[in-house]
Design a protein around this ligand. Structure first.
Ligand code: ZN
Length: 101
């Protein structure tokens, strides 16, 4: 009778240890793994919230980071500018250089 209780207790204890160990082992990497993805271009890991995802074909998901998107936009603008025959002129904000009389 007593041994049955003891065995049950040990089983529960071992189960709890494994359960706790599993949480400790799983939690941080899994959560990190779920929340981050590699950028398809620069292969750096970013939080999923910072990445833009695009479905390519039927199943493949590609992620792009802001930096790579910016460079793509820049390249697209340049190409567009070349094909259009006009260069993109940056809008001059408040004139930085002081024009003295
Ligand atoms: Zn990138």
């Amino acid at each position: 009778m007593f041994t049955a209780i003891a065995i049950t207790f040990v089983i529960v204890l071992v189960g709890l240890i494994f359960y706790g160990y599993g949480i400790v082992m799983k939690r941080s990497p899994t959560e990190e793994e779920l929340k981050t993805e590699k950028c398809s271009i620069c292969r750096r890991r970013f939080p999923l919230a910072e990445l833009v995802e695009r479905e390519v074909g039927d199943y493949k998901l590609l992620y792009f980071c802001g930096e790579c998107i910016a460079s793509l936009v820049d390249e697209a603008k340049k190409r567009h500018g070349i094909s259009d025959g006009m260069s993109h002129t940056p809008i001059p904000y408040a004139s930085e250089k002081h024009e003295s009389m």
